[in-house]
Design a binder for this molecule. Structure first.
Ligand code: HEC
Length: 156
């Protein structure tokens, strides 16, 4: 009989734990809403979040030397590990890139993908379907124009 009572107590104790755990989980989502308010305040237009500062770039250059410089940036920054032209790899197929995105949008995506997937609706949608977040590759500002020229020359 004593044994039975002990078992009952143990069972009751176990039954309480999930309740407490559920309550803790339910209370948790209140916190992230207040995270990074400064990043959330900048407007997001068709060119991406204005909070990501990028140089004003014209149409991608068609100069052979610039494209060659961009090819080196693409290789050095490891872009090819995740992107191809003609098919999807880890990241999206970059073919037709400039038909669907503006030059500034691409420059912002390359410069700060973490902010893009949080704030830009298109980047967010890609992240939701691919479930991989593009890492920041620390591309220097001066390398953006050649890199974009290379992307365009490859059919981007
Ligand atoms: C570890 C994999 C990875 C690396 C490395 C990477 N990317 Fe990405 N890239 C992604 C993923 C995944 C996305 C889709 C957005 C997301 O989920 O974060 C993406 C999105 C993009 C887009 C937008 C594509 C579209 O269709 O709008 C561009 C442009 C891009 N990457 C260029 C680059 C360039 C240039 C580099 C090198 C500097 C690079 N990426 C490095 C994974 C990667």
């Amino acid at each position: 009989m004593r044994m039975f009572a002990l078992m009952l107590m143990t069972l009751t104790a176990c039954a309480e734990t999930p309740k407490e755990a559920t309550a803790a989980v339910a209370a948790a989502p209140a916190k992230p809403a207040t995270a990074a308010p400064e990043a959330a305040s900048a407007p997001v237009g068709p060119d991406g979040p204005e909070g990501i500062k990028v140089p004003q770039l014209g149409a991608p250059s068609t100069e052979v030397a610039t494209i060659a410089a961009g090819e080196r940036v693409f290789a050095d920054r490891g872009c090819g590990g995740c992107h191809k032209f003609g098919s999807k790899l880890v990241g999206p197929d970059l073919t037709g890139l400039f038909a669907r995105r503006s030059v500034t949008w691409v420059a912002r995506m390359v410069s700060d993908p973490a902010v893009m997937v949080k704030q830009d609706p298109q980047a967010k949608a890609m992240f939701r379907s691919l479930m991989v977040e593009m890492p920041k590759q620390n591309v220097p500002e001066a390398d953006l124009a050649p890199l974009l020229a290379y992307l365009k020359a490859q059919g981007g």
